[in-house]
Every structure is written in structure tokens, then in C-alpha cells.
Ligand binder design. Structure first.
Ligand SMILES: Cc1cc2nc3c(=O)[nH]c(=O)nc-3n(C[C@H](O)[C@H](O)[C@H](O)COP(=O)(O)OP(=O)(O)OC[C@H]3O[C@@H](n4cnc5c(N)ncnc54)[C@H](O)[C@@H]3O)c2cc1C
Length: 393
């Protein structure tokens, strides 16, 4: 590995994408990941054209497409009887938004990013390396790694997720930990044999009810159904480090979906196990970089998942980072400044829109009636148009 690499903390979707984009810009990159192995955590992710277009540019899309599903449409349904309220024709994504719309298991996306990175002589991934702190000055950055010698480089990118150490020590704002949104997300993977065949069709389904919504779509060549239920809920264990893997009590969830259609109640009772995942956000900040250090992905803009843009925005960040380094090949601070100017307004806008979408999804009574009537009236073209600003980017 050549001298003066860019150091990336975190080998999640954001960190691996950043490595690919920086390597494409001619930089050497060392990615530090605190986990000892890149494990199979997570469930389904939706990847719209703004994400897949960039994955294609880095050579990671072909691998992903072998494992991912391209839904024909997203159907929005009424909780009580499953009636279709509206349809978003995401099957037309290539022609309308310039790249495919996919759903994939998070682990499959990580695999395709890791394999693409492994094929690059410019990228090195070091597992079991937890960033403890860093020091930056005009000459470079020195990164402290738990139990290992320090590492020096030209710049540090904090792609270290929701509880980012890099964000914390950049002190971009008054101390502001992750903010619990008042909702938990319950996730299950159902083997195809436990699911009605119609639900394995290549469509994504979004059911809207009062104070809750539920999403399901088939994954991995329809061998499993990905099921995500979001409910208003209390969460007390805010500091659990493995909060995404916490087991959920199926009886509690069933009680929340009591008034829903029989199909949904059947799905909920068929799930072999539930993971209950509290949804957090981070306050939007206008500064993501200082000198040779910057943040990216959830570290910069952890958002509510209601537009399914968490991973896609991290991928957009990475792309902008690569372009900024290509434009400023000998000046890392200038590159990081260009990166934040390119990204902050858009990511903050998507973050705001995601929060609003969550509010709209959970409406009840007359407000829900108005929402449904409006969606029916605008039809598939209007629904697709509403996403143009996100997916066309
Ligand atoms: C385990 C897990 C499961 C998820 N499952 C889903 C899902 O099913 N569906 C969905 O839509 N979204 C899921 N997400 C969220 C989604 O992946 C992110 O919103 C999005 O991809 C942005 O990714 P990121 O790379 O910014 O952050 P993350 O995906 O959180 O990645 C951050 C990485 O940094 C590492 N890290 C943290 N601190 C340090 C440190 N000090 N030193 C070195 N490395 C460090 C973490 O181990 C992690 O690998 C999940 C996130 C996680 C962590």
C-alpha cells in the first residue's frame, strides 16, 4: 500500500462506497472496521436509481444484480382490507430515472461492495480495527486504533455510523447524541414456504395504517420474504451497542396489528423470529468537514427510513467525495470542503422529507382519508413524479 492513504473509519455501505469512489479518483485507501468479520447483519434495503447508477459506475452493480430483485412496482395498500391505494411503477426506473430500482439484502450489498473493493489494488480493508481517536494538522492525520499502532494518512473519513466517534470529536455542533424517533422497526425474514405465493411476486408492498405501516417484498430470488413493520413505541435501552439485533416479542407486535387485514395478521404470526430495531435520527448539521477530516453516511445524516434513502444517501456522499478528490488531487482540505458543499443541502433535504413521509404514512381518520384520496387522484404518473427529485440525481 502506497504512502499517505486516505483512511476511512467504518466498512458499512458508506465506508465501502467511499473506498471505491476514492480509488476511482486515484487515491489509496485503508478502511478500518471495528467488527472482526463482515457479518450477515440486517435485512432488506431498497436501492433506487440514485444508488444503483453509482454502484454501476464503480463496477459493483453486476455482482449485486445476481442476488437482488428488481420489483415491477410498489403498491401502497390500505391496512384494513389490502385495497391498492396507489402504485409507483418502479419497474420503469431504467427509462424514467436512468438506472434500475432494486431490493437487496444488506449483506448482499456489502458482499458486492467488498468483492469489488478486494479487486482493487488501491483498497485495503482491515477488520477488527476500532478507531479510538485521531489528531489532524496541516501535514496529515494520525489515527489511534484500539490495541494497535497508530496509522498516518492524508485525510480521515468518518463513515462510522449512527454513533460516530469521528463526528463526536469533530465537535461540529453542541453535543447531540442520536435522537430516538418514537418508533421501532420490526424486521423478519420469512422462508418462501410460509408465505402465500402471490406475496412472492416481484412487487414491493407498503401497507398504511393508523400509527403504523408495514412493508414486504421478496428477496434472494424469492426464497424469502422481507417483512418490516414500523410502530409507534417506547424504547428504553438507548445505549445497547447491538440494538439492531435485539429480539422482539411477537405477541406485542400482533397486538399492534389487530385491526389489520387477515393477510397481514397471518404474515405476522408466520415469522420465525423478530428483530426489534429502534429508529434514530441525527440532527442535521451544515458542517461535515474540518481540515483533513470529514463525516459521511449515517454519521453525517442518519435519517428516518421512510423514503428508503439511508444507504442511497451514503452512496451519493461517497460519489461526491470521489469527485471532490479528483478535482483537488493535491489538496485534501479543499477536496473535503468541496465535498460538503456538494452534499449538505441535498442530504438535509432528503432527511427532512423522510421525516415528513413517516408522518404522512401514519395518519389516521379524516387526514388519512385525504391522503388516500389524493394518492388515488394523482395516479402512477403522479406518484413517480413525486420521486423524480430523489431518484434522478
Ligand atoms: C448492523 C446494521 C444493520 C442494518 N440493517 C439495515 C436494514 O436491514 N435495512 C436498512 O434499510 N438499513 C439498515 N441499516 C442501516 C443502513 O445500513 C445505513 O443507514 C446506511 O447503509 C448508511 O450506512 P453507513 O455506512 O453510513 O453506516 P453503517 O451501516 O452503520 O456502518 C458503519 C460501520 O462503521 C463501523 N464502525 C463504527 N464505529 C467504528 C469505529 N470506532 N471504528 C471502526 N469502525 C467503526 C460499524 O461497525 C459499521 O460497520 C443497518 C445498519 C447496521 C449497522
Amino acid at each position: 500500500m502506497a504512502d499517505n492513504p486516505v483512511i476511512v473509519a467504518g466498512a458499512g455501505v458508506g465506508g465501502l462506497s467511499a473506498a471505491l469512489a476514492l480509488a476511482a479518483a486515484g487515491r489509496y485507501v485503508i478502511v478500518l472496521e471495528r467488527a472482526p468479520a463482515l457479518a450477515e447483519f440486517g435485512a432488506g434495503l431498497q436501492l433506487a436509481a440514485n444508488a444503483t447508477r453509482r454502484l454501476a459506475r464503480w463496477g459493483a452493480l453486476d455482482r449485486l444484480q445476481e442476488m437482488a430483485t428488481a420489483p415491477e412496482a410498489v403498491d401502497l395498500r390500505a391496512a384494513r382490507d389490502g385495497a391498492v391505494i396507489a402504485t409507483v411503477p418502479v419497474g420503469e426506473s431504467q427509462t424514467r430515472w436512468g438506472s434500475v430500482y432494486l431490493v437487496a439484502h444488506r449483506a448482499d450489498l456489502l458482499t458486492s461492495l467488498t468483492e469489488t473493493a478486494a479487486a482493487s489494488p488501491r483498497i485495503e480493508i482491515r477488520l477488527g480495527c476500532s478507531l479510538e481517536g485521531w489528531h489532524a494538522d496541516e501535514a496529515g492525520v494520525r489515527v489511534h486504533i484500539e490495541g494497535r499502532p497508530d496509522l498516518t494518512g492524508a485525510a480521515l473519513i468518518g463513515a462510522d455510523g449512527l454513533r460516530s466517534r469521528v463526528r463526536e470529536s469533530l465537535a461540529l455542533t453542541a453535543p447531540d447524541g442520536p435522537r430516538y424517533s418514537g418508533r421501532t422497526s420490526w424486521r423478519a425474514l420469512l422462508p418462501a414456504g410460509r408465505v402465500p405465493a402471490a406475496m412472492l411476486a416481484p412487487r414491493s408492498n407498503l401497507w398504511l395504517g393508523s400509527g403504523a405501516h408495514l412493508v414486504h417484498y421478496p428477496l434472494r430470488k424469492a426464497s424469502v420474504l422481507n417483512l418490516v413493520a414500523v410502530v409507534e413505541d417506547e424504547w428504553t435501552d438507548l445505549d445497547a451497542p447491538d440494538f439492531w439485533a435485539s429480539h422482539g416479542n411477537a405477541a406485542f407486535l400482533a397486538s399492534r396489528f389487530q385491526g389489520w387485514s387477515e393477510e397481514i395478521r397471518g404474515l405476522i404470526s408466520a415469522a420465525p423470529e423478530w428483530r426489534r430495531w429502534p429508529l434514530y435520527e441525527r440532527k442535521a448539521v451544515r458542517t461535515w468537514a474540518h481540515g483533513r477530516v470529514a463525516i459521511l453516511g449515517d454519521a453525517a445524516h442518519a435519517m428516518a427510513p421512510f423514503l428508503a434513502q439511508g444507504a442511497a444517501q451514503a452512496i451519493e456522499d461517497a460519489d461526491a467525495l470521489g469527485l471532490a478528490f479528483a478535482a483537488h488531487p493535491r489538496d485534501e482540505a479543499a477536496a473535503l470542503d468541496a465535498y460538503q458543499r456538494a452534499r449538505v443541502p441535498r442530504a438535509n433535504r432528503v432527511q427532512r422529507a423522510s421525516r415528513l413521509q413517516g408522518f404522512v404514512y401514519h395518519l389516521s381518520g379524516p387526514a388519512a382519508f385525504v391522503r388516500d384520496t389524493t394518492m388515488r387522484a394523482i395516479g402512477p404518473e403522479g406518484m413517480a413524479k413525486a420521486s423524480d427529485w430523489i431518484y434522478r440525481e
